[in-house]
Design a protein around this ligand. Structure first.
Ligand code: CUA
Length: 323
């Protein structure tokens, strides 16, 4: 697995797929690249040849004029483009038909809601008590098809995990679905691929593909409410969370914090990132609490300067205890 510090150095290489669907798209990409390269090189050769062949004196060259050049028009202007474009159309349609989000019976269904500028992830187990919610981090079992139902709460976003699937738009009022199936365990980077406001470039997430038993253990932990705290410092932190603005927007299940407009923080410390943009460490968390606007300008999280040092410390310690 990648370490946290290089989490966002992952290359966005669609030709290095780690999932079934991305593999199909990479094959389509290679067909396009090879065919277009042949055509472009062929055109370049013809242009050079055309420029060179008439050098010298006119009488040295007989113009190539068989039947008024109709052969060039017929083969180069009609037959070639029709063949190339038709075969590309067929290959593309066949590939697209392999990708619908509703055909397979998935092992797991996840609803992803795009917000300016974060991703809400709800695990849609049929048994309601099994459901839970997280943010900016999607865990999936390796080798199993997972359906992702995609919607937006505000503007149009686009959901893109280059190593697992192509881009799919997240649209308000309309659910799009895709199936992803990771073939190798690992942490994959995802990003919003449709301009959606000032923090579009910071609208990132990670996908953690785990062996199924590891995924199940993770999900079982996520389902639990936050563990009660007894350490006085952590109690002070929890009371600060419940008593200040935090609880108006965020939920921590098992506490009085029931806000519904911002990420569920019940298991915040188990996540790799803060706000999808930086490694989840104590120092960064304190900076984020006090001045999220400096780190992700325009984000809904307000600047919170009311905490004294001790309270801020306790608050960060409490959040970092939420494994
Ligand atoms: Cu969301 Cu760009």
């Amino acid at each position: 697995m990648k370490t946290l510090e290089n989490l966002f150095d992952f290359p966005f290489n669609i030709f290095d797929p780690a999932g079934v669907q991305a593999g199909w798209l990479a094959n389509l990409g290679w067909v396009l690249v090879v065919l277009m390269s042949v055509l472009i090189i062929g055109m370049a050769v013809l242009v050079v040849w055309g420029a060179l062949r008439r050098r010298g004196r006119l009488e040295e060259h007989m113009p190539i004029d068989v039947d008024g050049g109709k052969g060039w028009i017929l083969w180069g202007g009609v037959a070639l483009p029709v063949t190339v474009l038709t075969s590309l159309f067929v290959v593309t349609v066949v590939t697209l038909n392999m990708l619908p989000g509703d055909r397979e019976e998935p092992a797991l269904a996840v609803k992803v809601t795009a917000h300016q500028w974060w991703w809400e992830v709800d695990y849609l187990y049929d048994d309601l008590p099994q459901r839970f919610s997280t943010a900016n981090e999607i865990h999936i079992p390796v080798g199993q098809p997972v359906r992702i139902e995609l919607i937006s709460s505000d503007v149009i976003h686009s959901f893109w995990i280059p190593k697992l699937h192509g881009k799919i738009d997240a649209i308000p009022g309309h659910t799009n679905a895709l199936i992803v199936e990771a073939e190798e365990p690992g942490v994959y980077r995802g990003e919003c691929a449709e301009y959606c406001g000032v923090q579009h470039a910071h609208m990132r997430f990670v996908v953690v593909a785990q062996p199924p038993e590891e995924y199940q253990a993770w999900a079982a932990r996520q389902r639990e409410p936050a563990a009660p705290v007894t350490d006085p410092k952590l109690v002070k932190g929890r009371e600060a969370f419940e008593g200040y603005a935090c609880a108006l927007c965020h939920s921590i299940r098992g506490t009085k914090a029931r806000g519904q407009v911002a990420p569920d923080l019940t298991h915040f410390a188990s996540r790799m990132t803060i706000g999808g943009i930086m490694p989840n460490t104590r120092a960064r968390l304190q900076a984020w609490i006090v001045n999220a606007q400096a780190l992700k300008p325009g984000v809904r999280m307000p600047t919170l300067e009311e905490f004294d040092g001790e309270t801020l410390n306790a608050l960060a310690a409490y959040l970092e205890s939420l494994e």
